[in-house]
Design a protein around this ligand. Structure first.
Ligand SMILES: [Zn+2]
Length: 78
């Protein structure tokens, strides 16, 4: 797992989570809501673990996307 995969996975899990929440509202099956919330929490947790600078290990801001230069150590990110 690298930071790029981690970032995409975050959004995939977020979208899946949202879809499951809508599905829950539509059909009223509580299990869908649980799975949706778990997807979002899982997406967030893996981001905290993996969305980091490969040089210094600093955790990046999720909202800012993948930076071109690490805000912590200043090294270029490819
Ligand atoms: Zn860094």
């Amino acid at each position: 797992m690298n930071y790029r995969k981690s970032f995409y996975l975050l959004w995939i899990l977020f979208v899946v989570g949202m879809v499951l929440m809508y599905a829950y509202v539509a059909v009223g099956a509580m299990a869908l809501a649980y799975v949706g919330v778990l997807c979002m929490i899982g997406g967030f947790l893996q981001t905290v673990k993996f969305f980091r600078c490969p040089h210094c290990g600093a955790l990046w801001h999720i909202r800012g996307g993948i930076p071109k230069v690490c805000p912590e150590c200043g090294k270029e990110i490819r």
